[in-house]
Design a binder for this molecule. Structure first.
Ligand code: ADP
Length: 308
């Protein structure tokens, strides 16, 4: 059954900024669904709408069979929300925050301890510490406990790992996998492309539009180009020179490397490319074929959409 069904949702701010445009997607019960896109893509706007904090201009949304707008009070009982900004009380202790959220939701901590136990065990040693004094990762674990304490059927997490260290990010995603096995549907947004591969399905969003919805594996299979990577001593000079590359290609810096996707017959294209680099006196390391990452796929999809 569908846990969430979003149909043709639009939102414009101040009559000028189209934050969401015809957003349509479904999430199945028990799915871990990722909303992946850069800053300003519209992720928080969508989360604020789905959690009944903001009205859409148009569109239909059903959550667990309820109408989001007409049944908003019931919807609030069924969902948990971890907003992008720190939402706990910094001057209350860890335990006081949990108690507060339990009381607010008329929920019993003991009765629901089974659902938060794996996370709570990690923060319990700091239960007397003020929430504002926790590390970024610990804050998010506490926020997750508070969002789960009323046993929601759907959990919304808006960029829960932004600004969190890499070890805590990994731990946080392991926790999300556990939550999913407890039958809770999860919608999580992230600007980190590597995290996208941990979801069952992802929606790629940019400028308020969903560009693609699929499993991470199928998104990677659909990459159309032949992707190569290589190093250069002077990446700026290289990127500048590539503006005049005569081949049909898409290039971008990728850390210390340059990634280039060709849309050509590579047997002919590679010698032409090497000759082009030599003529422009561009020093380069070995040009190796690689499998695309989700980030490469996202870049390709954005580019294709611009030209379609
Ligand atoms: P994301 O969460 O993906 O970073 P947002 O939903 O915050 O994206 O923003 C989408 C677009 O809407 C951006 O262009 C942003 O500047 C704009 N925006 C967000 N909130 C407001 C607001 N309250 N008033 C006006 N514009 C807004």
């Amino acid at each position: 059954m569908e846990a969430l069904s979003v149909h043709q949702v639009n939102k414009v701010y101040n009559k000028t900024v189209q934050a969401l445009q015809d957003i349509t997607f479904d999430i199945q019960e028990g799915e871990l669904f990722g909303l992946v896109g850069p800053d300003g893509a519209g992720k928080s706007t969508l989360f604020n709408i789905l959690t009944t904090l903001l009205l859409p201009d148009s569109g239909n949304i059903r959550i667990l069979g309820l109408d989001l707008i007409n049944d908003y009070k019931q919807v609030r009982q069924e969902i948990g929300y971890l907003p992008g900004t720190f939402s706990l009380y910094p001057d209350l202790s860890v335990k006081e925050n949990l108690d507060f959220f339990a009381v607010m939701y008329k929920s019993d901590i003991e009765q629901n301890m089974d659902i938060i136990r794996p996370i709570w065990k990690q923060i319990e040693p700091f239960s007397k510490r003020k929430a504002g004094k926790l590390s970024g990762g610990m804050k998010q674990k506490l926020a997750l406990c508070c969002a789960l304490i009323h046993r929601p059927k759907i959990l919304f997490l808006d960029e829960p790992t932004t600004g969190v260290d890499p070890v805590s990010r990994k731990e946080f995603w392991e926790i999300l996998q556990t939550i999913r096995t407890q039958g809770i549907t999860v919608l999580v947004s992230t600007p980190y492309m590597d995290e996208a591969t941990l979801c069952d399905r992802i929606a790629l969003i940019q400028n308020g539009k969903i560009l693609e919805i699929n499993t991470p594996a199928d998104i990677m299979k659909q990459f159309r180009g032949c992707l190569y990577t290589f190093r250069s001593e002077d990446i700026f000079s290289l990127l500048n020179a590539l503006k005049e590359c005569p081949l049909k290609c898409n290039y971008y810096p990728y850390g210390e490397y340059c990634h280039i996707a060709f849309y050509e017959d590579m047997e002919k294209a590679m010698p032409t490319f090497i000759q082009f680099l030599d003529e422009r006196k561009q020093e380069h390391g070995e040009i190796k074929p690689i499998q695309p990452s989700i980030e490469d796929c996202f870049i390709e999809i954005v580019k294709m959409n611009r030209h379609e």
